[in-house]
Write a protein that binds this ligand. Structure first.
Ligand code: ZN
Ligand code: ZN
Ligand code: ZN
Length: 458
């Protein structure tokens, strides 16, 4: 429920003489929950004469700032911007599969796989598995062992889909928390080594050197990281064979999906990352889990492009908070016991803080990434040749906004080469006051959710 304070703020904004301009800014952010405030000016100057043709300054905007969308990908921070990011990711992955956005349609004929690389086990956790529409017992074992902490390593419950115990260890004291966060921390490096090993294997089985392979074809990747409920990441990837010029050129006829699948299987089992022994911790060799899923993507059939693009896009906006941790960095002064997270996440965060303080592991930056349970990689990445980029999609949208400003008379139309554009912007804060948030929700048809404004210029 909106507070009296929020309602008073809303009324004040409605009576503001600049209300119409403020409302227009808010509509342009598309319902962003935490718009960024910019202060600055743009000047258009004639290169030949030095004459000032046009000038825009935030000076005359409401509160002297321009409000722009925050563009986060995290749904827990801003549902509206995360939805834009999800839609963009979908378009990007889809273009790499069926063409569009500058990728030719002929790309559909290129051999293409959908691969899931998982994390290994760090201890027995509660799970929910369905078989033929029936939920199976979680971890039923006859003559199950009892662990040193007195826990019987068996669970015969058929868990519901929303049960909070899912992903939690049967015995937290037996669970390898260090292994779990170290795996997350090294996953980006494991992925890098995987792609290298894949290229090497594919070259070898094709009877070529790496250089010869590069002259004949390109292996392109698009991937997203997904958190499993136990708090480790795994990767979903689209892996495609292209000709030497990328998606516009066909791969050689001998380069087929089966050969690519063989190289994926080999690379996934071959690569490792070694963590040296440190105070109280043995040295570890980290690798992908045994559960490797490799499927061919086809136009029709079991696994279509549409399904893959939607699947990848879904995970692009999810972060670690879906396993019950924080959606912000853990501060050094945070009282770990008071954080609003579930116990399993608290222990993973604590392990990040403990290992992160060891000098030998400083490179893993576990303290900075404790809220991500050790993972500091990008959520969705793609190789250069895969398809269009998120930047290109954003630029297309910016062009559209600019066109709109020209047509509505806010920006005069200039010949780009003859005009010098000088722009100066500075960050002036972020977020909406309670009253503004309430009004913004009404304007954009998004649910009201108060956020805390940061900095000045609220
Ligand atoms: Zn936003
Ligand atoms: Zn269970
Ligand atoms: Zn135990």
């Amino acid at each position: 429920m909106p507070t009296t304070h929020a309602k008073a703020g809303l009324i004040a904004r409605l009576h503001d003489p600049q209300y119409a301009r403020w409302a227009s800014q808010i509509r342009k952010t598309g319902g962003c929950r935490q718009p960024v405030h910019l202060r600055g000016k743009v000047e258009h100057i004639d290169r030949a004469t030095g004459e000032l043709l046009h000038r825009y300054s935030t000076h005359l905007e409401p509160n002297g700032v321009l409000r722009v969308a925050c563009k986060t990908r995290r749904a827990s921070r801003c549902p509206s911007c995360a939805e834009t990011y999800r839609a963009d990711t979908y378009q990007l992955v889809r273009a790499g599969l069926v063409g569009g956005k500058g990728v030719p349609e002929t790309v559909t004929a290129h051999p293409c796989l959908f691969v899931t690389l998982t994390a290994p086990s760090f201890g027995v956790v509660h799970t929910r598995t369905e078989k033929n529409g029936k939920v199976l017992p979680c971890h039923a074992r006859r003559n199950a062992e009892t662990c040193p902490h007195g826990v019987v390593m068996s669970c015969t419950a058929r868990h519901g889909a929303d049960e909070t115990c899912l992903g939690e260890p049967l015995c937290p004291d037996c669970y390898d928390y260090a292994g779990s966060v170290l795996f997350n921390a090294t996953a980006p490096e494991l992925w890098r080594r995987f792609t290298e090993a894949l290229r090497r294997r594919f070259a070898r089985t094709s009877g070529l050197t790496l250089k010869e392979l590069r002259e004949r074809l390109v292996i392109s990747f698009a991937k997203v990281a997904e958190y499993q409920r136990r708090g480790v990441v795994h990767f979903h990837a689209v892996i495609r064979l292209d000709g030497p010029d990328g998606p516009t050129s066909p791969p050689p006829a001998w380069a087929i999906a089966d050969a690519l699948a063989d190289a994926v299987q080999h690379a996934a089992s071959a690569v490792t990352v070694t963590i040296p022994a440190v105070a109280g911790e043995p040295s570890r060799i980290l690798r992908w889990g045994d559960q490797l899923d490799v499927r061919q993507i086809t136009m029709s059939g079991e696994l279509t492009e549409q399904a893959v693009a939607a699947y990848i896009a879904k995970y692009a906006t999810k972060a670690a908070e879906c396993v019950g941790t924080l959606d912000r960095r853990v501060q050094l002064l945070d009282d770990l016991a008071a954080l609003p997270v579930r116990e399993h996440a608290r222990r993973l965060i604590a392990e990040c803080l403990r290992l992160g303080s060891l000098e030998e592991l400083a490179d893993l930056r576990l303290i900075q990434w404790a809220h991500m349970l050790g993972f500091r990689g990008h959520f969705s990445t793609k190789s250069r040749r895969y398809s269009t980029t998120l930047g290109a999609l954003r630029a297309a949208r910016a062009d559209h906004m600019r066109d709109e400003q020209i047509t509505t008379g806010r920006l005069p139309l200039f010949e780009e080469d003859t005009v010098l554009v000088l722009a100066h912007w500075e960050y002036a804060g972020q977020g909406l006051s309670a009253g503004d948030a309430l009004l913004a929700a009404t304007l954009t048809g998004r649910p009201f959710s108060p956020s805390t404004p940061i900095g000045s210029g609220a």
